[in-house]
Design a protein around this ligand. Structure first.
Ligand code: THU
Length: 142
């Protein structure tokens, strides 16, 4: 990630963030995949939000941990996502699925920092050339 002069670089306690993700993974409802996931994020105002996956007997209806996290973001006052991590039941950092990268992009943009198995990467690197709200705005302006 390239840093520019004057750019805001948040201080992120990744150990604490991951601990929160590990804890919330224990509350996941994943009886079908038996693959609990926990997600945690730092919000622009300094608070934390978490989420866990919640599956369903109608398999396709299952909610990823990121869905719960984004709902928690709005339920607790909104804001922008600054830093994000998700883990499996072993506490291993996993990549957010493709759909959830899109979900996170909407609420964190290209600068959202994501902990990955290869280190911390900006969303712009794990969802390059993302489609987002700006694409809709460009058409609306005409
Ligand atoms: N899962 C998540 O919660 N987030 C991801 O980014 C990857 C996958 C969940 C969905 C499903 O409940 C389980 O992991 C197995 O795919």
């Amino acid at each position: 990630m390239k840093f520019e002069f004057g750019q805001f670089v948040p201080t992120v306690d990744w150990v604490q963030l991951k601990t929160m993700a590990v804890e919330v993974a224990e509350r996941a409802y994943a009886p079908y995949s038996n693959y609990p996931v926990g997600a945690a994020a730092l919000v622009s105002d300094g608070r934390f939000v978490v989420g866990c996956n919640v599956e369903n007997a109608s398999y396709g209806v299952g909610l990823c941990a990121e869905c719960g996290l984004v709902s928690a973001l709005y339920a607790s006052g909104g804001g922008r996502l600054i830093a994000f991590v998700c883990v499996n039941r072993e506490g291993t950092v996993i990549m957010p699925c493709g759909r959830c990268r899109q979900l996170l992009f909407e609420h964190g943009g290209p600068d959202l920092l994501v902990q990955t198995p290869q280190g911390v990467l900006p969303m712009s690197e794990i969802l390059p050339q993302a489609f987002g709200p700006a694409d809709l705005d460009r058409v609306r302006e005409r």
